[in-house]
Design a binder for this molecule. Structure first.
Ligand code: FAD
Ligand code: DLZ
Ligand code: SF4
Length: 516
């Protein structure tokens, strides 16, 4: 009996469930670089290099451990270009009796996998992905029957279940959440320690050459590629983060600074999502640093909340709300994605800096994604599916299970508030408070209307007025309608006219950036 174990590009965990209990002498591990995965959207070049290089390194590790690995390269002339085609070929090639695989992260691939049993005519065992702290079943059990699926409630359950930052059954320090301590803007003299980079080795250089040759016209630059591509490198990145940047992580979590792409963030999402780091282990390391008094509670709690709170909740919501989430558009948004999301050519200094970091690093940190890139699209009424494609293309950590709920539900409120109780809509004032972008911007953040005004200011009111029917009874937002109603009629008209002028100036992106 020979078993085929396909391992997908984001399943690069040493403890992957599909290998557990397998006999090395009777198992063929299949890893596949396939055209369909590299092109279903036109991923940022760094994202493709990261995944293919990490796959090649992982295959070499498994081989060194004595596994028989059949590694199909992208330029293999016999490569059929799809997971299903390559699994079928491998079944023939190795006279396979059964397939054992871990469920994929994406709905799209789960649909493919569901057909394998019939197509191959042999048993196909699809195992749950136990690399998440909360299983799908546990999430469904938590979600079912609740009116509101609030992240904060889910997070408290996860703290209790994992015991992280719990003492005698109570949250450490007496509170569940220290977010109020985590809202500092950038200090003028903020000087975060550099994030460790991992210069490309021979394997990565080969992949870079392949990607330049085959995907040279995809978005993004490869010049600064230095992502961890092995578990060892990811472990080093984690060590350095815990020692050097975690202590300030909480305080400056929401800050933005021009030209400073990393601040005190961990940059560990690519490694966690690929499987190079285990999310629970990452949280335990943060807790240990707190218990040893090396980091303050607001930092450790804030960081742990991002992982066992937000990350697990987002993954649960994806499976709970699919396949409908991909079509969701509660606000009826119909504006094409503006061109500057791809070119960065805009006089809005905040937006230009976020797009630049995205192009150079295949990364932007959370508040840039949410309150600049997402917020503008929300206010302008960009079609959710166009922004979703953009986010899926441009970030090295983007897979649909994590990208889609963040974009559709958190940033665009396309799910009508199942995930976020109110839209994350903000005027220039918020960006000014949390960043140093505005001082040198072409626009004036203090001007509310007219051609010199920060575009976020009139767009904010235009958004609220457009969606009054849906939002004015939302107790978290209804107050602002009182402010609007008290404004002089001319002022209100000036806001609406200015917003219309901003919207009229938006140049739609050409087709073909995200999908061929
Ligand atoms: P840190 O700031 O150091 O946070 C620590 C960890 O917490 C991250 O590594 C990540 O694993 C986790 N985390 C924090 N917030 C979230 C969240 N909202 N959802 C899931 N995990 C979270 N994250 C992705 O991994 N892939 C995506 O495609 C993605 N798209 C996003 C789109 C939008 C519109 C928004 C608002 C957020 C998105 N995020 C996504 C979440 C978050 O922005 C990134 O995880 C984070 O910026 C990664 O950088 P970091 O590792 O330095 O994170
Ligand atoms: C994103 C991606 C890319 C670009 N290429 C590959 C690949 O060639 N082979 C592979 O196994 N995985 C790749 N991936 C990651 C997959 O898209 C991911 O595993 C599925 O979408 C499931 O989340
Ligand atoms: Fe962005 Fe407005 Fe500030 Fe300019 S003034 S950086 S557009 S928020």
């Amino acid at each position: 009996m020979t078993t085929l174990v396909p391992i997908l590009g984001d399943q690069l965990s040493r403890t992957i469930a599909s290998l557990d209990g397998c006999d090395k002498a009777r198992t063929v591990v299949l890893m596949m670089e396939v055209r369909d995965e590299t092109t279903y959207v036109r991923h940022h070049k760094q994202k493709i290099v990261l995944i293919l290089s990490a796959m090649r390194h992982f295959a070499a590790e498994l081989q060194a451990q004595g596994w028989l690995v059949d590694y199909v390269k992208l330029d293999d002339p016999a490569n059929t270009g799809s997971f299903s085609g390559e699994v079928a070929r491998a079944v023939e090639r190795h006279e396979i009796d059964r397939v054992r695989v871990v469920e994929p992260g994406e709905w799209r691939v789960a649909e493919m996998m569901a057909e394998w049993k019939t197509a191959l005519g042999i048993p196909v065992e699809i195992l749950p992905d136990d690399r998440f702290v909360c299983s799908k079943d546990q999430f469904y059990a938590w979600a079912q029957g609740r009116d509101r699926l609030l992240m904060e409630n889910f997070y408290r359950d996860m703290r209790e279940r994992t015991g992280l930052l719990m003492t005698d059954g109570k949250p450490e320090g007496g509170q569940w959440n220290y977010d109020k301590d985590n809202r500092n803007g950038p200090d003028m003299f903020l000087d975060p320690p550099p994030v460790p980079g991992f210069p490309p080795d021979k394997i990565t250089r080969e992949v870079i050459a392949l990607v330049e040759a085959r995907f040279g016209n995809h978005f993004g630059s490869l010049d600064r590629f230095c992502w961890p591509v092995t578990a060892k490198q990811a472990g080093k990145a984690l060590d350095r983060f815990i020692a050097e940047r975690l202590p300030e992580f909480g305080t400056y979590q929401d800050a933005m600074k021009w030209g400073q792409d990393d601040l005190f963030h961990s940059l560990l999402s690519t490694s966690i999502n690929l499987g190079l780091l285990d999310p629970l282990e990452v949280c335990r390391r943060a807790e240990k640093a707190y218990r040893e008094r090396k980091v303050p509670l607001n930092a450790a709690e804030g960081f742990i909340r991002q992982i066992i709170g937000w990350r697990e909740y987002i993954r649960g919501m994806y499976w709970y709300d699919m396949p409908g989430l991909r079509e969701a558009n509660a606000l009826g948004a119909d504006r094409p994605l503006p061109e500057f999301y791809w070119t960065g050519e805009t006089k809005m200094r905040c937006m230009a800096d976020c797009v630049r970091s995205t192009r150079d690093n295949a990364h932007a940190h959370h508040i840039q994604r949410l309150m600049v890139l997402g917020n503008f699209a929300l206010l302008a009424g960009v079609v959710p599916q166009e922004l979703e494609d953009w986010f899926l293309v441009v970030y090295a950590d983007a897979y649909e299970w994590v990208e889609l709920p963040n974009v559709a539900a958190m940033a665009l409120w396309a799910d009508k508030g199942r995930l976020a109780s109110k839209p994350y809509a903000a005027s220039g004032n918020y960006i000014n408070k949390m960043s140093d972008y505005c001082g040198a911007c072409h626009y004036d953040v203090n001007k509310k209307t007219g051609p010199e005004a920060c575009p976020f200011n009139p767009l904010y009111w235009h958004f609220l007025v457009r969606h009054r029917k849906l939002l004015e009874n939302n107790h978290r937002i209804s107050r602002v309608y009182g402010t609007w109603d008290k404004m002089a009629a001319e002022k209100r008209q000036a806001y609406l006219d200015s917003a219309e002028a901003v919207l009229a100036d938006l140049v739609p992106a050409a087709k073909g950036w995200a999908r061929a």
